[in-house]
Design a protein around this ligand. Structure first.
Ligand SMILES: CCC1=C(C)/C(=C/C2=NC(=C\c3[nH]c(/C=C4\NC(=O)[C@H](C)[C@H]4CC)c(C)c3CCC(=O)O)/C(CCC(=O)O)=C2C)NC1=O
Length: 162
């Protein structure tokens, strides 16, 4: 896993150079937004289950997915879906703290699309639920942190899409 700091340092190191202006600016932005990131992570962790509940109510509940024949039907599959959403929320929060997407590639997206396809988990509906979490999260953390979290929610969605 990388973060905004190791990312910039590794890039300079492979060239054997000190940080250039661009890298300095990137780092400065990361440090300046540090408090925002930590506060957002605290808000999200204190409200994780209600964020997921509200997102599910906005996107999946009362749709065919939760009725007989739907992929969320039966409590076992319903619970698996909620657990998956919790993974997406938690790992997006880690990535937002790190300011880097690599943790999502390594621990979440690796093989995920194939697993979903082989189990018949609908990817479109999953993306809708993640987008709903993005909205609910932004309304709790405020627009700046919401935008930052949005980067990582969107990253998961596009990783599921390709
Ligand atoms: C931390 C990284 C990580 C991820 C991301 C992960 C996902 C993941 N979700 C799974 C299943 C599942 N995922 C869902 C999810 C859904 N079904 C829907 O209709 C909804 C749209 C959606 C929720 C938004 C369901 C229902 C299953 C169970 C499918 C089945 O067994 O039939 C499975 C198969 C094994 C299992 O059931 O536990 C994996 C590996 N596991 C991991 O370790």
């Amino acid at each position: 896993m990388q973060d905004a700091i190791t990312n910039v340092i590794n890039k300079s190191d492979v060239q054997g150079l000190y940080l250039d202006t661009n890298s300095m600016t990137n780092l400065e932005q990361y440090f300046t937004s540090g408090e925002l990131r930590v506060k957002a992570a605290a808000t999200i962790s204190a409200n994780a289950s209600s964020i997921i509940k509200e997102a599910v109510a906005k996107s999946l509940l009362y749709s065919d997915i939760t009725r007989p024949g739907g992929n969320m039907y039966t409590t076992r599959r319903y619970a698996a879906c909620i657990r998956d959403l919790d993974y997406y929320l938690r790992y997006s929060t880690y990535a937002m703290l790190a300011g880097d997407t690599s943790i999502l590639d390594e621990r979440v997206l690796n093989g995920l699309k194939e697993t979903y396809n082989s189990l018949g988990v609908p990817i479109g509906a999953t993306v809708q639920a993640i987008q709903a979490m993005k909205e609910v999260t932004a309304s709790l953390t405020g627009p700046d942190a919401g935008r930052e979290m949005g980067v990582y929610f969107d990253y998961i969605c596009s990783g599921l899409g390709n």
